[in-house]
Write a protein that binds this ligand. Structure first.
Ligand SMILES: [Zn+2]
Length: 75
């Protein structure tokens, strides 16, 4: 089970494992694509301490190449 916040309805949803469409292991984080029980869309979520650390580091710096990647972070 997984707790997500739907960016469309802004509600917290408890999601069954079978709704996880894909799990991608990246060096800095794990990306999950989850079919949302609230709105039916597939949302991308990232998990992991290293992802949080990397994101903080990017936020602290100005004009870092690769900032565009932050655009896909769920609000
Ligand atoms: Zn949703």
């Amino acid at each position: 089970m997984l707790l997500i916040t739907c960016p469309v309805t802004r509600t917290d949803e408890l999601v069954a494992d079978r709704r996880i469409r894909s799990v991608t292991d990246h060096p800095t984080h794990i990306a999950l694509h989850v079919q949302c029980p609230a709105c039916g869309a597939v949302h991308a979520y990232r998990t992991g301490r290293r992802w949080e650390t990397a994101r903080t580091r990017v936020t602290d710096r100005a004009a870092v190449p690769g900032r565009a990647a932050r655009a896909s972070v769920p609000a």
